[in-house]
Design a binder for this molecule. Structure first.
Ligand code: ADP
Length: 580
């Protein structure tokens, strides 16, 4: 056992104490390691500093952050990429609450993660006697987590960790909270008894085979379709059933649309991709196969103008209660995506005709028209750059590096990048997800770099970047191959608003004009670039990627470019009221 300064050391057996002992600290680490968890993302402080030290001493990787929310986001994305729960470790009350946003975001996105927080003494917390960082963390976590557990006795640590792992990854994945009071960590326990109490989780996310009659119902409906469409969501990407999904799309010949994080499951250049005719296929299709995608706000709740004429849905999902969440689902197929899609594939026989040429032809026509329009917009070279010309430069560089993880957040920066940057490999696009959250940028970038060992390009709106910008220091400290591109248009949405009173304060949406974000990374030893043209941006990105070093490109965008709330203008109460 490694010696760690400052914590209770396990006691070897002596004549006086005939039994070797261990403690809560060691048991937590042993329990995680026993389940092949090798990395912890966190931020140290009372009472978990020694836990982090011990983890490192015992061969785990501890990645220390500057704010717990970013550590939590790193853990969540690592869970998404690996199907193993990402671990985030925080101190009590305020640290826990900072991590809780990430836990809630993970649960909302169906990413498996475990937030482990130290906590103050229950006796004092429950009597509200005013302890250091007093908070009833277990109950605070419950509404935002898939499950929440507290361990009070060292001999229950093995079971507690096992339950947390199983809860995070089985069925619909999500965030789990594990509460570890300071007293528990220091508890000593007989080493032999401790060893026996550890649990290696067997088959943490068992396959869930769909009922054959549900598969038949779905295929019967699909056979009757005149204008079928497949919609792939990030659940499909998470499932790592890439080959059966590709076979299903190609064998049926049905046009498909990827949701943003499902981009790359099949290359965006695939002939059956209907992305460039998105509005058309959503409105005109008659049978839609949802694979790991929810009919939430991102899909206009499955109804209204977006969806046009009457339609029937086949929904493949692991969670039975997702079915009929917004509209009636004609053919639910419940199970894990790999098993469901394989079962559907097996039921596709030679009599299963490819979609009618009038349908695929109409889509092709739309695609050609829309792609030509987009190409014309992308070909323009305004000065200063706008979102399109800057993204064109990035797109062309990334085309040659399909292995790079792309993190993306912002308003306009998110919306435009999603449609302009093509993805070629699965699980390479990591973005604001189900909430449309800002602030995931550096956390996801670090999580993806650490977990995949591959470079990351984080395409960030200047406002979005601000939420996690201090993690540039973390990126430099661990020397991670992350290139952050800040789309700097001097403000939230745009930088052109003025204070109508003529007062000294700038408008609520405006930042410091001409800020040099590239100087920030230089403070920590990283490399900064300042790019004012697509050519400069191209060169900077090429150099940044080639260096494999922490880099930041300050990409100067026209401050008048961009629209309020990006494509979500309809969600702004004022704009919505004005439309009425
Ligand atoms: P998107 O935002 O890309 O549309 P969502 O996050 O809305 O995707 O939907 C993901 C869906 O995938 C969720 O309903 C979730 O239950 C489901 N899901 C996640 N993992 C699996 C899996 N392994 N098998 C089946 N369904 C899954």
């Amino acid at each position: 056992m490694a010696e760690v300064v400052g914590i209770v050391q396990p006691q070897a057996a002596t004549a006086e104490h005939p039994h070797e002992t261990t403690d809560g600290f060691h048991l937590v680490i042993d329990a995680l390691k026993l389940n092949d968890i090798d990395t912890i993302f966190g931020l140290v402080g009372i009472p978990i500093t020694d836990l982090a030290r011990l983890a490192q001493a015992e061969g785990m990787r501890f990645i220390g952050f500057r704010h717990e929310q970013n550590a939590g986001n790193a853990a969540a994305i690592s869970g998404y990429l690996t199907q193993k729960p990402g671990i985030c470790l925080t101190v009590s009350a305020p640290g826990f609450l900072n991590g809780l946003t990430a836990l809630a975001n993970a649960t909302t996105n169906c990413f498996p993660m475990i937030l482990i927080s130290g906590s103050s003494e229950r006796e004092i917390v429950d009597l509200q006697q005013g302890d250091y960082e007093e908070m009833d963390q277990l109950n605070a976590a419950k509404p935002y987590a898939k499950a929440a557990y507290r361990v009070l006795h060292a001999e229950d640590i093995g079971i507690g960790v096992a339950r947390a792992i199983r809860a995070a990854v089985s069925g619909r994945p999500g965030g789990v909270y594990l509460d570890l009071p300071a007293k528990l960590l220091a508890q000593t326990i007989d080493a032999a008894k401790a060893k026996k109490s550890l649990v290696r989780v067997v088959d943490a996310a068992p396959r869930q085979i769909p009922a054959p009659d549900s598969v038949k119902r779905a295929l019967d409906l699909l056979r009757s379709a005149k204008r079928p469409l497949i919609l792939l969501g990030k659940g499909a990407a998470y499932a790592q059933a890439d080959a059966p999904i590709r076979d299903f799309v190609e064998k049926t010949g049905i046009p498909y649309l990827p949701m943003s994080m499902a981009k790359g499951l099949l290359p965006d250049t695939h002939p059956q991709s209907a992305s460039a005719a998105r509005s058309f296929v959503l409105a005109e299709s008659d049978v839609v196969v949802l694979i790991g995608a929810r009919l939430n706000w991102l899909l206009s709740h499955g109804k209204g103008k977006t969806w046009g004429g009457p339609k029937q849905f086949i929904q493949v999902d692991i969670s039975p209660t997702e079915i009929d969440s917004n509209v009636a689902i004609a053919a639910p197929v419940i199970g894990d995506i790999g098993s469901c899609v394989s079962a559907m594939l097996a039921g596709i026989d030679s009599g299963f005709g490819k979609p009618d040429a009038t349908w695929t032809g109409a889509i092709e026509e739309r695609k050609t028209k829309n792609l030509a329009k987009m190409a014309a917009t992308l070909a323009q070279n305004p000065s200063p750059m706008n979102f399109h010309s800057a993204l064109r430069a990035i797109r062309d560089v990334l085309k040659a590096r399909p292995d790079i993880n792309v993190v993306n957040e912002g308003a306009n920066t998110l919306d435009y990048a999603r449609s302009i940057i093509d993805m070629y490999e699965p699980r390479k696009r990591l973005d604001s997800g189900t909430w449309g959250i800002m602030g995931i940028g550096m956390g996801y970038a670090i999580g993806a770099a650490v977990t995949s060992g591959k470079p990351v390009v984080a395409i960030e709106g200047d406002s979005a970047f601000g939420f996690s910008g201090m993690e540039l220091e973390t990126i430099c400290r661990y020397d991670l191959p992350v290139c952050t591109v800040v789309f700097n248009n001097n403000g939230v949405y745009r930088g052109t608003d003025v204070n109508p009173t003529g007062g000294k304060d700038v408008a609520p949406t405006v930042f410091v004009k001409g800020a040099r974000y590239d100087k920030m990374i230089e403070a920590f030893g990283g490399i900064g670039y300042h790019a004012t043209t697509p050519e400069e941006l191209t060169q900077a990105l090429l150099k940044a990627i080639q260096s494999g070093k922490p880099t930041l490109i300050n990409a100067v965008i026209d401050e008048a470019a961009g629209t309020e709330s990006g494509r979500l203008t309809n969600l702004n109460p004022q704009s919505a009221a004005m439309k009425k």
